[in-house]
Design a protein around this ligand. Structure first.
Ligand code: AMP
Ligand code: ZN
Length: 138
């Protein structure tokens, strides 16, 4: 994919601080880390977002994240880790090459402090579940 910074990292046209390279998966440090050790895990092929990534890659992505996540926690001495994927600009996706953020966490580090909302009523909550069940119908 032309002009995709992550594709250029895969082909080594652009540099990265590589952490792991597997058959179809690459991991490198995020250049603007939320915390030191913040790592990006990407498929080596260009897919835009979660829905474009083929299910055949799921097992390798998942096991890579487990392996890299373990190494990240060991190297940073983190006591927790978030796995975050932003899909579409509304969700904060800036680089349109599917990727997962692995973010080291520590007790009391204050990251991701987002207030939870409440449904207007129990009924509103069950209506939402029903709407999603309808959307799941083929
Ligand atoms: P997102 O907002 O989910 O699209 O995240 C894109 C991430 O890619 C951001 O956290 C950036 O800091 C990171 N990023 C952008 N360019 C590079 C690069 N050349 N090397 C490493 N990380 C990058
Ligand atoms: Zn790409």
């Amino acid at each position: 994919m032309e002009n995709c910074i992550f594709c250029k990292i895969v082909t080594k046209e652009s540099p990265c601080a590589e952490v792991y390279s597997g058959e179809h998966v690459l991991a490198f440090l995020d250049i603007g880390p939320i915390a030191p050790g913040h790592t990006l895990v990407i498929p080596k092929t260009h897919y835009s977002n979660l829905w474009d990534v083929p299910a055949s890659l799921a097992a390798e992505l998942f096991t890579s994240m487990q392996k890299i996540g373990g190494a990240l926690m060991e190297a940073t001495r983190a006591t927790g880790m978030n796995v975050v994927m932003n899909n579409f600009p509304s969700a904060g996706q800036v680089v349109m090459h599917a990727h997962w953020h692995l973010i080291p966490r520590f007790d009391g580090d204050g990251l991701f402090q987002v207030a939870q909302q409440q449904y207007a009523s129990r009924e509103a909550m069950y209506d939402m579940a029903a709407a999603m069940q309808r959307a799941l119908q083929p």
